[in-house]
Write a protein that binds this ligand. Structure first.
Ligand code: AMP
Ligand code: MG
Length: 472
């Protein structure tokens, strides 16, 4: 059979100031690493036995119905406004409406140069492609809103970074690739007409109930507050929360030097480019407010009297920290077995985190250990934990089925950095078995499976990954 993607493209129908029409650049010798059959089915794609999948998902063959383009956007990178970014190494093939009725983008990443490539080669190497594949699918299995991975292909070409490395292309699926930076670019150019078109498009696609910029902003803030609280509850650090990597739909997007924390410390940073900890674990709750303030600033241009709207928009942004605190309280409350945590429960959660920080306890294993009674083993001096545990037991005695709640909020497995690095090293040597194994293990992260006990182990001192690197 031949692959059939039921394209229904809406972005390509927007004015041509929104993108550059560009085709993927062919690669030398594509070979398929992975195809996500379950996701393909959900997207309404069939013909997965097509012998040409590698050619299709590398961009060598453009599937029927695609209207390839590179999207324009800008953004604040580490606080500095960059007036033009855009898809420098990605091409949107088009959209499909899934079996759930939701429209999604299908995008090739690493597919060659575009008018937005600046100095880049438009390519990706195998490491970041597999990292994004595994991380995004693991996040999905953990229940976190995220872009998905549909396919990964080796290009058969080398990509030169510090040294020549095998090239690859990822096929990414997203509810859309609209970013805060998509709004910023038109606002900065003073192109109010394009901004209004974008606004109407984003409302129709994501927030049909939003009636004006203020209610739209509120809807995006709610999704982002929920998303960041969800990240925090799993020890996830995005690493590059630039406004161009901040999705309007509220999905985790642009997996670069992201990582899950092993031992708990709120100031943890892995990204090699985040020298001042702007995007550290705990800073994520503050920086998302900053990012939403940038969205608000762009939306001001849509108001009849932008000057007069500064004050109400500012007041609206100031409601966001409380939104995040409320989401955080529910997420962490559930992790210790509480069904609808109250303000007075925050201290119980905070006390545990303080003990964990002092003990350098493993984040994932401590919380999961509350279910099976091994949490105490994480503490060198368990007496302080025992005292906390007594108070905790008293509190959850009032709850129905606290253990069930904890089993579904405290994963057994997270994609640990050292496992991801080992998987990439093997794949560079042509061995994809670790990739396949991790994909199987992370598909059911809340289940205990003795086959994957080794993946629960935090890194030994010599295995600790000190820094993660961007995909560029
Ligand atoms: P990212 O780090 O993926 O968020 O990318 C930031 C910006 O740099 C985006 O505009 C990318 O398209 C662009 N970019 C990243 N890597 C490359 C590359 N290898 N070639 C061209 N553009 C790139
Ligand atoms: Mg990006």
């Amino acid at each position: 059979m031949t692959l059939h993607i039921p394209f229904d493209n809406s972005y390509a129908a927007l004015p041509d100031t929104f993108y550059a029409r560009v085709k993927p650049e062919p690669v030398k010798a594509p070979s398929l690493i992975a195809i996500n059959d379950a996701l393909a089915r959900d997207l309404g794609i069939n013909g997965l036995d097509d012998p040409n999948l590698a050619a299709l998902f590398s961009g060598n063959v453009i599937p029927n119905g695609a209207s390839p383009l590179a999207q324009l956007y800008s953004g604040h990178q580490f606080g500095q406004y960059n007036p033009q970014l855009g898809d420098g190494r990605a091409v949107l093939l088009g959209e499909t409406i899934g079996t759930d009725g939701i429209r999604r983008d299908i995008q090739l990443k690493g597919s060659g140069r575009t008018p937005f490539s600046r100095m880049g080669d438009g390519r990706a190497w195998l490491g970041p492609v597999l990292r994004e594949y595994v991380m995004s699918e693991a996040m999905h299995a953990l229940g976190v809103p995220t872009t998905r991975a549909l396919a990964a292909v080796r290009t058969g070409e080398a990509v030169v970074r510090e040294r020549p490395l095998p090239g690859a292309v990822l096929t990414r699926v997203a509810q859309s690739h609209l970013r805060v930076g998509t709004f910023q670019v038109f606002a900065a150019r003073g192109d109010t007409k394009a901004l209004q078109t974008l606004f109407d498009y984003a409302v129709a696609r994501h927030f049909p109930d939003a009636t004006d910029p203020a209610s739209f902003l509120n809807a995006v803030m709610r999704r982002q507050a929920a998303l960041v609280a969800h990240w925090l509850s799993l020890g996830f650090i995005h690493g590059v929360m630039n406004t161009d990597n901040c999705s309007i739909s509220g999905e985790t997007i642009d997996y670069g030097p992201c990582a899950f924390m092993d031992s708990y410390h709120p100031e943890t940073v892995y990204s090699s480019i985040d020298r001042y900890g702007r995007y550290s674990y705990a800073a994520q709750a503050d920086i998302i407010v900053w990012n939403m303030a940038q969205l608000a600033t762009a939306l001001l241009h849509l108001m009849p009297d932008p000057e007069a709207s500064v004050e109400p928009f500012t007041a609206q942004i100031h409601t966001m920290p409380e939104m995040i605190r409320a989401e955080w309280l529910q997420r962490f409350g559930a992790k210790i077995g509480i069904s609808s945590a109250k303000a007075e429960d925050a201290a119980l959660i905070g006390d545990l985190l303080t003990l964990m920080q002092t003990a350098e306890a493993d984040f994932t294993n401590t919380f999961r250990g509350l279910v099976d009674g091994t949490a105490r083993d994480q503490f060198i001096d368990p007496t302080s934990f025992d005292a906390w545990s007594d108070t905790w037991q008293t509190r959850i005695a009032k709850e129905d089925d606290p253990l069930d709640r904890m089993r579904t909020t405290n994963p057994v497995l997270i994609p640990r950095n050292h496992q991801i690095e080992a998987m990439i090293t093997a794949a560079v040597d042509g061995n994809d078995a670790p990739f396949t194994r991790l994909m199987t293990a992370y598909a059911t992260p809340y289940e205990v499976n003795p086959d994957f006990d080794d993946l629960r182990r935090p890194p030994a001192p010599e295995e600790v990954v000190q820094a993660t690197f961007c995909g560029t």
